[in-house]
Design a protein around this ligand. Structure first.
Ligand SMILES: C[C@@]1(CC(=O)O)C2=NC(=C\c3[nH]c(c(CCC(=O)O)c3CC(=O)O)Cc3[nH]c(c(CC(=O)O)c3CCC(=O)O)/C=C3\N/C(=C\2)[C@@H](CCC(=O)O)[C@]3(C)CC(=O)O)/[C@H]1CCC(=O)O
Ligand SMILES: NC(=O)c1ccc[n+]([C@@H]2O[C@H](COP(=O)([O-])OP(=O)(O)OC[C@H]3O[C@@H](n4cnc5c(N)ncnc54)[C@H](O)[C@@H]3O)[C@@H](O)[C@H]2O)c1
Length: 193
């Protein structure tokens, strides 16, 4: 069986500068999911035309919208870039410019031109589950997201907060704490270890 070898990370996009090149349907979709997870993400968008919905969402979240065609100067100071124009040659230019400057780049909907993929994301309080199908089926990622939104209990955040409090009350060295926390939570899984 083929195996997903991508390495997931949880980015603090409120500390990172993100550039979205393109302001159409796909730009709106990427911005929507980014802000849904990270409402304080630092984002700039550049495109000659923006959809009214994009402008409205951008304004709500202090996203800078720049009416211009893409040129390399917009990469300055950016940590990661998403390209989603309707011009494949522009998207590829963004990809190559970013690679040359060691910036992480995603050409939306174009897996070979992605250093990273956006995932399906479920958030319940402090708990976040990110889903990837290795770029093979975004529809499956969406359906799995909906499935986990349904099955993850709303009170999962209570467990996290209670364990955080319990951890603070524990005495002893790191290993003793780990042992106590594992003993306390072993009923959550069936495996005996
Ligand atoms: C998860 C999600 C996050 C997000 O967008 O933030 C996401 N796509 C979502 C939805 C979605 N996108 C598309 C459809 C239409 C149905 C379909 O084609 O399946 C649907 C479903 C729908 O809308 O119902 C079109 C599409 N997308 C890609 C291709 C190219 C290809 O597959 O080759 C095509 C075809 C374009 C064409 O035909 O030309 C590629 C990518 N889309 C990814 C992410 C990355 C892989 C994630 C993974 O590993 O699974 C990857 C590789 C790159 C990237 O964009 O990062 C978000 C669900 C959010 C949610 O609901 O929770
Ligand atoms: N809409 C979808 O759901 C969908 C699904 C799959 C694939 N696609 C593909 O993704 C691409 C984008 O789709 P869309 O629906 O967002 O298109 P769109 O026409 O709604 O938006 C394109 C955006 O790119 C901008 N743009 C054009 N030239 C630019 C440049 N030189 N620099 C910066 N921005 C520039 C435009 O101003 C506009 O904001 C298309 O190639 C489309 O075929 C779209």
């Amino acid at each position: 069986m083929e195996r997903n070898e991508l390495y997931p990370v949880f980015l603090k996009v409120s500390n990172l500068n993100v550039l979205i090149v393109g302001g159409g349907n796909v730009g709106l979709e990427k911005l929507t999911f980014l802000l849904k997870s990270s409402p304080k993400a630092q984002v700039q968008m550049v495109a000659p035309e923006f959809l009214p919905d994009t402008l409205e969402l951008a304004e709500k979240h202090n996203v800078e919208t720049t009416k211009d065609v893409y040129v390399k100067k917009y990469l300055e100071g950016k940590h990661m870039v998403i390209a989603c124009t309707d011009k494949p040659e522009v998207n590829e230019q963004v990809y190559h410019d970013c690679r040359r400057q060691s910036k992480l780049v995603n050409v939306a909907d174009n897996p070979p031109f992605c250093d990273f993929y956006m995932g399906g994301i479920v958030t319940k309080g402090n708990v976040k589950v990110a889903i990837s199908t290795n770029g093979k089926s975004p529809t499956t990622a969406k359906r799995l997201r909906q499935f986990f939104e349904d099955v993850l209990p709303e009170n999962i955040d209570d467990l996290v907060n209670n364990l955080n409090e319990y951890r603070k009350t524990l005495k002893g060295d790191f290993e003793q704490k780990v042992e106590a926390l594992n003993e306390f939570t072993k009923g959550l899984v069936n495996k005996k270890d």
